[in-house]
Design a protein around this ligand. Structure first.
Ligand SMILES: [Mg+2]
Length: 238
Protein backbone atom coordinates (compact mmCIF):
# COMPACT_ATOMS: atom_id res chain seq x y z
CA UNK A 1 0.00 0.00 0.00
CA UNK A 2 1.35 3.40 -0.95
CA UNK A 3 1.30 6.01 1.76
CA UNK A 4 2.49 9.51 2.56
CA UNK A 5 3.10 11.32 5.82
CA UNK A 6 2.92 15.08 6.08
CA UNK A 7 4.23 17.47 8.67
CA UNK A 8 1.52 19.88 9.90
CA UNK A 9 3.04 23.28 10.76
CA UNK A 10 4.28 25.30 7.81
CA UNK A 11 3.65 22.30 5.59
CA UNK A 12 -0.13 21.69 5.42
CA UNK A 13 -1.00 24.90 7.26
CA UNK A 14 0.64 28.32 7.54
CA UNK A 15 1.61 28.44 11.20
CA UNK A 16 3.47 31.72 11.18
CA UNK A 17 0.39 33.68 10.11
CA UNK A 18 -1.69 31.91 12.77
CA UNK A 19 0.99 32.50 15.39
CA UNK A 20 1.07 36.22 14.62
CA UNK A 21 -2.69 36.46 15.05
CA UNK A 22 -2.57 34.48 18.31
CA UNK A 23 0.25 36.69 19.67
CA UNK A 24 -2.06 39.71 19.48
CA UNK A 25 -4.55 37.99 21.81
CA UNK A 26 -1.88 36.71 24.18
CA UNK A 27 -0.20 40.10 24.47
CA UNK A 28 -3.53 41.79 25.16
CA UNK A 29 -4.30 39.30 27.93
CA UNK A 30 -0.92 38.90 29.65
CA UNK A 31 1.65 41.49 28.60
CA UNK A 32 1.94 44.95 30.22
CA UNK A 33 0.97 47.50 27.53
CA UNK A 34 0.08 44.47 25.48
CA UNK A 35 -2.32 46.30 23.19
CA UNK A 36 0.62 47.87 21.37
CA UNK A 37 1.59 46.18 18.13
CA UNK A 38 5.21 45.98 19.29
CA UNK A 39 4.19 43.81 22.25
CA UNK A 40 2.40 41.32 20.02
CA UNK A 41 5.34 41.25 17.65
CA UNK A 42 7.70 40.53 20.54
CA UNK A 43 5.47 37.67 21.74
CA UNK A 44 5.40 36.29 18.20
CA UNK A 45 9.17 36.35 17.95
CA UNK A 46 9.64 34.75 21.37
CA UNK A 47 7.30 31.85 20.70
CA UNK A 48 8.66 31.40 17.19
CA UNK A 49 12.20 31.14 18.56
CA UNK A 50 11.23 28.90 21.46
CA UNK A 51 9.65 26.36 19.07
CA UNK A 52 7.73 24.71 21.91
CA UNK A 53 5.07 26.00 24.24
CA UNK A 54 6.57 25.07 27.63
CA UNK A 55 9.82 26.87 26.72
CA UNK A 56 7.93 29.94 25.55
CA UNK A 57 5.64 30.04 28.58
CA UNK A 58 8.57 29.70 30.99
CA UNK A 59 10.30 32.61 29.26
CA UNK A 60 7.14 34.73 29.05
CA UNK A 61 6.33 34.13 32.71
CA UNK A 62 9.57 35.72 33.87
CA UNK A 63 9.71 38.40 31.22
CA UNK A 64 6.16 39.71 31.69
CA UNK A 65 5.58 38.86 35.35
CA UNK A 66 2.73 36.51 34.47
CA UNK A 67 1.17 34.88 37.53
CA UNK A 68 -1.27 32.55 35.73
CA UNK A 69 -0.53 28.83 36.14
CA UNK A 70 0.96 26.69 33.39
CA UNK A 71 -2.39 24.95 33.06
CA UNK A 72 -4.19 28.24 32.60
CA UNK A 73 -1.67 29.46 30.03
CA UNK A 74 -1.78 26.20 28.06
CA UNK A 75 -5.58 26.36 28.15
CA UNK A 76 -5.38 29.88 26.72
CA UNK A 77 -3.14 28.57 23.93
CA UNK A 78 -5.37 25.55 23.22
CA UNK A 79 -8.50 27.71 23.18
CA UNK A 80 -7.29 30.57 21.05
CA UNK A 81 -4.39 29.42 18.85
CA UNK A 82 -5.98 26.59 16.80
CA UNK A 83 -8.79 28.92 15.72
CA UNK A 84 -6.27 31.21 14.02
CA UNK A 85 -5.41 28.60 11.38
CA UNK A 86 -6.96 28.48 7.95
CA UNK A 87 -6.74 25.64 5.46
CA UNK A 88 -5.97 26.52 1.86
CA UNK A 89 -8.59 24.91 -0.41
CA UNK A 90 -5.78 23.64 -2.62
CA UNK A 91 -4.32 21.68 0.30
CA UNK A 92 -7.72 20.11 0.89
CA UNK A 93 -8.05 19.15 -2.76
CA UNK A 94 -4.42 17.94 -2.97
CA UNK A 95 -5.03 15.51 -0.12
CA UNK A 96 -8.41 14.47 -1.53
CA UNK A 97 -6.85 13.68 -4.92
CA UNK A 98 -4.18 11.49 -3.33
CA UNK A 99 -6.73 9.55 -1.34
CA UNK A 100 -8.96 9.16 -4.38
CA UNK A 101 -5.93 7.61 -6.11
CA UNK A 102 -5.64 5.08 -3.27
CA UNK A 103 -2.98 6.64 -1.08
CA UNK A 104 -3.10 6.29 2.69
CA UNK A 105 -2.27 9.61 4.34
CA UNK A 106 -1.01 10.60 7.77
CA UNK A 107 0.00 13.70 9.63
CA UNK A 108 3.15 13.31 11.76
CA UNK A 109 3.69 16.37 13.90
CA UNK A 110 5.89 17.43 16.82
CA UNK A 111 3.97 19.16 19.59
CA UNK A 112 1.41 18.78 22.33
CA UNK A 113 -1.59 16.54 21.80
CA UNK A 114 -3.98 19.25 22.96
CA UNK A 115 -2.77 21.93 20.56
CA UNK A 116 -1.85 19.84 17.51
CA UNK A 117 -5.05 17.79 17.48
CA UNK A 118 -7.10 20.96 18.02
CA UNK A 119 -5.45 22.58 14.98
CA UNK A 120 -6.32 19.58 12.81
CA UNK A 121 -9.96 19.78 13.86
CA UNK A 122 -10.13 23.56 13.74
CA UNK A 123 -9.17 23.72 10.06
CA UNK A 124 -11.20 20.64 9.14
CA UNK A 125 -8.22 18.49 8.10
CA UNK A 126 -9.29 15.37 9.97
CA UNK A 127 -11.55 13.89 7.24
CA UNK A 128 -8.74 14.22 4.69
CA UNK A 129 -6.19 11.98 6.42
CA UNK A 130 -6.20 8.48 7.91
CA UNK A 131 -4.11 9.14 11.01
CA UNK A 132 -2.83 12.12 12.99
CA UNK A 133 0.18 11.30 15.15
CA UNK A 134 1.54 13.93 17.52
CA UNK A 135 4.83 13.53 19.33
CA UNK A 136 3.36 13.83 22.81
CA UNK A 137 1.00 10.90 22.29
CA UNK A 138 3.60 8.90 20.36
CA UNK A 139 6.26 9.44 23.01
CA UNK A 140 8.85 10.29 20.35
CA UNK A 141 9.65 13.41 18.34
CA UNK A 142 10.80 13.78 14.76
CA UNK A 143 13.51 13.06 13.64
CA UNK A 144 13.27 9.92 15.82
CA UNK A 145 12.35 7.01 13.58
CA UNK A 146 10.05 5.67 16.28
CA UNK A 147 7.36 8.33 15.72
CA UNK A 148 7.14 7.07 12.13
CA UNK A 149 6.90 3.49 13.40
CA UNK A 150 3.88 4.54 15.50
CA UNK A 151 2.29 6.23 12.47
CA UNK A 152 2.99 3.25 10.18
CA UNK A 153 1.46 0.85 12.66
CA UNK A 154 -1.69 2.95 12.95
CA UNK A 155 -1.88 3.10 9.18
CA UNK A 156 -1.24 -0.64 8.81
CA UNK A 157 1.79 -0.19 6.54
CA UNK A 158 5.48 -1.08 6.61
CA UNK A 159 8.03 1.73 6.63
CA UNK A 160 10.06 1.74 3.44
CA UNK A 161 10.47 3.41 0.05
CA UNK A 162 6.81 2.99 -0.87
CA UNK A 163 6.16 5.75 1.63
CA UNK A 164 6.87 9.45 1.61
CA UNK A 165 7.55 12.07 4.25
CA UNK A 166 6.84 15.68 3.31
CA UNK A 167 7.83 18.60 5.52
CA UNK A 168 9.47 21.99 5.86
CA UNK A 169 12.23 21.07 8.32
CA UNK A 170 15.40 19.39 7.10
CA UNK A 171 16.47 18.51 10.62
CA UNK A 172 13.09 17.08 11.68
CA UNK A 173 10.98 16.01 8.71
CA UNK A 174 13.61 15.10 6.15
CA UNK A 175 16.11 13.63 8.61
CA UNK A 176 13.31 11.66 10.26
CA UNK A 177 11.89 10.48 6.96
CA UNK A 178 15.31 9.30 5.83
CA UNK A 179 15.84 7.52 9.17
CA UNK A 180 12.49 5.78 8.62
CA UNK A 181 13.50 4.63 5.14
CA UNK A 182 10.94 6.86 3.42
CA UNK A 183 11.31 8.96 0.32
CA UNK A 184 11.33 12.63 1.26
CA UNK A 185 10.19 16.01 0.01
CA UNK A 186 11.56 19.14 1.64
CA UNK A 187 9.44 22.26 1.32
CA UNK A 188 12.00 25.02 1.29
CA UNK A 189 9.48 27.83 1.74
CA UNK A 190 10.12 29.35 5.14
CA UNK A 191 13.77 30.11 4.60
CA UNK A 192 16.28 30.06 7.40
CA UNK A 193 13.95 28.54 9.96
CA UNK A 194 13.20 25.66 7.63
CA UNK A 195 16.86 24.86 7.21
CA UNK A 196 17.41 24.28 10.93
CA UNK A 197 20.79 22.76 10.16
CA UNK A 198 24.01 23.53 8.35
CA UNK A 199 23.79 20.18 6.60
CA UNK A 200 22.69 20.13 2.97
CA UNK A 201 19.59 18.14 2.05
CA UNK A 202 20.31 14.47 1.25
CA UNK A 203 20.73 13.88 -2.49
CA UNK A 204 17.62 11.70 -2.56
CA UNK A 205 15.42 14.47 -1.18
CA UNK A 206 13.17 16.42 -3.52
CA UNK A 207 13.39 20.12 -2.65
CA UNK A 208 10.37 22.16 -3.73
CA UNK A 209 9.02 25.61 -2.95
CA UNK A 210 5.51 24.66 -1.87
CA UNK A 211 3.19 21.90 -0.70
CA UNK A 212 1.48 21.94 -4.09
CA UNK A 213 4.63 20.78 -5.86
CA UNK A 214 5.08 18.16 -3.15
CA UNK A 215 1.59 16.78 -3.85
CA UNK A 216 2.50 16.51 -7.51
CA UNK A 217 5.74 14.62 -6.81
CA UNK A 218 4.00 12.14 -4.56
CA UNK A 219 1.10 11.70 -7.01
CA UNK A 220 3.38 11.15 -9.98
CA UNK A 221 5.54 8.68 -8.07
CA UNK A 222 2.69 6.20 -8.50
CA UNK A 223 4.11 5.40 -11.90
CA UNK A 224 7.66 4.96 -10.56
CA UNK A 225 9.21 1.54 -11.07
CA UNK A 226 9.33 -0.48 -7.86
CA UNK A 227 12.25 0.85 -5.77
CA UNK A 228 13.13 -2.66 -4.56
CA UNK A 229 14.40 -4.65 -7.57
CA UNK A 230 15.21 -7.79 -5.63
CA UNK A 231 14.39 -10.23 -8.45
CA UNK A 232 17.32 -9.21 -10.66
CA UNK A 233 20.02 -9.43 -8.01
CA UNK A 234 18.64 -12.72 -6.73
CA UNK A 235 18.61 -14.34 -10.14
CA UNK A 236 22.18 -13.07 -10.72
CA UNK A 237 23.48 -14.77 -7.58
CA UNK A 238 21.24 -17.85 -7.91
MG1 LIG B 1 6.86 22.19 10.09
Amino acid sequence: MRFAFFDLDDTLVDSRTALRAWAVDFAAAYVPNGLHAAAAEEVFELVDLAVNWPAFLADARGRYGITASDEELMAQVAETYPGKFVLDDRVRSGLAELRAAGWLLGIVTNGSTLVQQAKVDSVGLRPYVDVVVDSEAAGHRKPDRRIFEVAAEKLGVELGPRGWMVGDRLDKDVAGGVAAGLRTVWITQGGQRAAGSAEPAPASTHAVASIFEAFQIVRESESDPEPESESESESATG
